[in-house]
Design a protein around this ligand. Sequence first.
Ligand code: FES
Length: 148
Amino acid sequence: MELNVDGTIHVVDVEADMPLLWVLRDELKLKGTKYGCGAGLCGACTVHIKGEAVRSCSISAGDAQNAPITTINGLGTPAARHAVQAAWIEHQVAQCGYCQSGQIMTAAAFLAKTPNPTDAEIDDAMSGNLCRCGTYPRIRAAVKAAAT
Ligand code: FES
């Protein structure tokens, strides 16, 4: 099947019911998207499909094949960072860092729809992305900074 990932069409030979996360990580070697729970509970695997934040562990490659997929690997570049990535660096959000690519993808999709969010809206939008290090105050600050 063909997958449109980060602006490139990839032809992959996988079962249609393989989770998109495994295709991204194991077939396409896009390791920025993380495996946390594998059950749709933590948000570490979040990517964008048609601009919507989606948990890539919980959608099959077959269901993702006709839509543009953006991963953290394609959200920005070191020379042209997405505003959320720049804010994450500015606010030194990451501690261990494992969940952060999913956090950034969720934040970017949220801000695209809600450019001037309240703190409550930020907390609500980010509440499904878990961080064992408890970086939530910095996540909120960075999302707020990226919004302005
Ligand atoms: Fe997909 Fe946790 S790995 S939600």
